[in-house]
Design a protein. Structure first.
Length: 130
């Protein structure tokens, strides 16, 4: 008669876990982030605002996935705006207060790293002395 062996491993075949490895990970303190990396996040509908000391980022998810028809920048004495028109006949309109410098880049992020494809000369507002 043939002897049938179990495919299961016995408890003795598994390496023993040490309690010191568990102890080290549990006593490790989380490092505090510097103030410059701490942010406050606010959600307003689909828009997310991340505020850091001295700067803020506004993400407009309302435009996510929409095909762009054109982008237009308009400047006149005291009035400046950027219009992003989508193919579904909606648009985002950004009004900019006087005294600014606008630098525009078109970049590729496909590799995960920013690579400039085109850069336009800076546009300065009429009231800017820069």
């Amino acid at each position: 008669m043939a002897v049938t062996e179990s495919k299961r491993s016995s408890a003795h075949a598994q390496p023993a876990t040490t309690s010191t490895a568990k102890h080290r990970s549990s006593t490790r303190r989380r490092q505090q982030l510097p103030d410059s990396l701490r942010s406050t996040v606010t959600k307003r509908g689909k828009t997310t605002i991340r505020r850091f000391p001295g700067r803020s980022f506004h993400r407009f998810e309302e435009a996510k996935g929409k095909a762009i028809d054109y982008i237009e920048f308009f400047t006149s004495d005291g009035f400046h705006n950027i219009d992003i028109a989508f193919e579904d006949r909606t648009a985002m309109h950004f009004v900019i207060e006087p005294s600014f410098n606008l630098e525009t880049d078109y970049a590729d992020w496909k590799t995960g790293n920013w690579r400039s494809l085109k850069r336009w000369p800076p546009i300065r507002s009429a009231g800017s002395n820069s």
